[in-house]
Design a protein around this ligand. Structure first.
Ligand code: UDX
Length: 481
């Protein structure tokens, strides 16, 4: 049987790359070859990429080789990555055909919808890898299919709420931030519209979702026009199914920022479920005022904490003074580091609670680790993820902001206490343990995500030979010379 060749094109953000790499590793385990493609800037950051027989990395210049920076023009960037990425995809596909290993299938993540059109031109089948919850894709879908006017007209009304298929009752606080009148990037919604329109061009478009049946069963079936297939959670094997104990990291992260031994040794000395782990992902930047409130809340909670605090770029915060004034005191009570291997930390026996911004990867990692969460959503899908954590899966609570939109130290301290002590905390920990078990079941042999992944690969095997489109391009190129 000829080996399948998947080409995975990932948007160059950490939250997109991590699940895409994990998906690549799963495909390699089915005996397929995978070419993983992202931009030069992202590839440079990937210092500890996994070397695996069957996994090849390729990068292309998106015109921003030093990375996209705050203040850069997003629309210009999106146009550039499309222009350069399209050419790269064509070149890689042609080279693969020339090397007698034609690309059989293309997978792309959500800020790159143009890949679907290009794949169609190349006559290579493709699918979106959706790296947020199915529930969030539903919200975007229904917004662009009948609910948009209703949301736009009513979202500022304090009593606004909305019922959508497969979802809990949503208020404006629970919706993706791009719908809110305060959204500083109004054009972002057009990127989601482009994605939905692209998917609607296909009959029953297959969408691979980083989720699992038990977690989002109804949401996965809430759009008749799409075939949402849950293949997650996309988490390194060592922390999930244990099929590959050497698979301990995403293999594309920024771990060079911190020494792993340093913080793991510190965690090893702490009692079970005693440490508060705090991290707000890779894109959110908190104001200095907010950072100080968090510092105060952590100190007052009188529990050991491990806090990933990345330095904010100067242009984002004009406020005077150090980010935290009492760093020395903080370092006596806890540990403050710029980066850690998060999934490994979360799965350490000492972690008792996760204070999180609710990026979808962090949310899944928290569920897989069975750790209750204190949520502080910042933007994008994170408010919806926080809603699911608090009200649907019931493994955490959401921090309340004051009139100045700040979470006060006292609020953080109070919430950490609730989650880590008896009563409600005990219930949340019980629920967290249940989701941890269900996540494992989904990916074990014969589990729902395992079956879905194998069925997907079998389907790809049955597809017609994909070489014709690429050969057409080769023919027209040789006719010109
Ligand atoms: C972005 C969006 O912000 C998020 O809302 C969306 O769901 C995915 O894309 P990001 O903010 O980076 O993601 O958060 P998240 O989804 O949690 O991804 C961060 C990844 O980086 C996680 O896999 C996490 O384990 C990893 N990480 C982060 C580390 O390994 N170490 C760190 O110190 C911080």
């Amino acid at each position: 049987m000829p080996q399948l060749h998947f080409l995975i094109l990932s948007f160059p953000a950490q939250g997109h790359i991590n699940p895409a790499i994990q998906f690549a590793k799963r495909l390699v385990r089915t005996g397929s070859h995978v070419t993983f493609v992202t931009s030069v800037s992202a590839h440079r950051r990937m210092t500890n990429t996994v070397t695996l027989d069957g996994l090849t990395y390729t990068s292309f210049s998106d015109g921003y080789d030093d990375g996209f920076k705050p203040g850069d023009n997003l629309l210009h960037y999106m146009a550039e990555i499309k222009r350069h990425g399209s050419q790269a995809l064509m070149d890689i596909s042609v080279a693969a055909t020339n090397e007698h290993r034609p690309v059989t299938f293309i997978v792309y993540n959500f800020l790159l919808p143009w890949v679907a059109d290009l794949a169609r031109d190349l006559q290579v089948p493709s699918s979106l890898l959706w790296i947020q919850p199915a529930s969030v894709l539903n919200i975007y879908y229904y917004y662009f299919n009948g609910y948009g006017d209703f949301v736009d007209k009513n979202i500022s009304n304090p009593s606004f709420s909305m019922e959508l298929p497969g979802l809990p009752l949503l208020t404006s606080k629970d919706l993706p931030s791009f719908f809110l009148p305060t959204n500083p990037q109004p054009h972002t919604l057009s990127l989601f519209k482009e994605l939905i329109v692209t998917l609607e061009k296909e009959t029953k478009a297959r969408v691979l979702v980083n989720s699992f049946e038990a977690l989002e069963g109804e949401a996965l079936r809430a759009i008749d026009k799409f075939n949402m297939v849950a293949i997650g959670p996309l988490i390194p094997s060592a922390f999930l199914d244990g099929k590959d104990p050497s698979d301990t990291s995403f293999g594309g992260d920024m771990s060079f920022f911190s020494s792993r031994d340093y913080y793991m040794e510190w965690l090893n000395q702490k009692p079970d479920a005693s440490v508060v782990y705090v991290s707000f992902g890779t894109t959110s930047r908190l104001s200095k005022k907010q950072v100080r409130e968090i510092a105060g809340g952590l100190l007052e909670s009188r529990r050991p904490f491990l806090w990933v605090l990345r330095p904010a770029p100067e242009e984002n915060d004009k406020e005077e003074g150090d980010v935290v004034e009492n760093m020395e005191e903080l370092k006596q009570e806890g540990m403050v580091i710029p980066w850690c291997s998060q999934v490994e930390v979360l799965c350490h026996r000492s972690i008792g609670c996760f204070v999180t911004h609710c990026g979808w990867n962090s949310t899944l990692e928290g569920l897989v680790a069975g750790v209750p969460m204190v949520t502080f959503p910042q933007w994008s899908d994170q408010a919806t993820n926080a809603k699911l954590i608090r009200d649907v899966w019931q493994t955490g609570l959401r921090l309340e902001v004051n009139e100045a939109q700040l979470v006060e130290g006292d609020e953080l301290k109070r919430s950490i206490e609730i989650v880590m002590e008896g009563g409600r905390g005990e219930q949340m920990r019980g629920n967290a343990k249940r989701w941890k078990d269900l996540a494992r079941e989904a990916v074990m042999d014969g589990g729902s995500s395992d079956k879905n992944l194998n069925a997907f690969v079998d389907d790809v095997r049955l597809l017609d030979s994909p070489v014709c489109g690429v050969e057409r391009i080769l023919d027209s190129a040789s006719a010109k010379t």
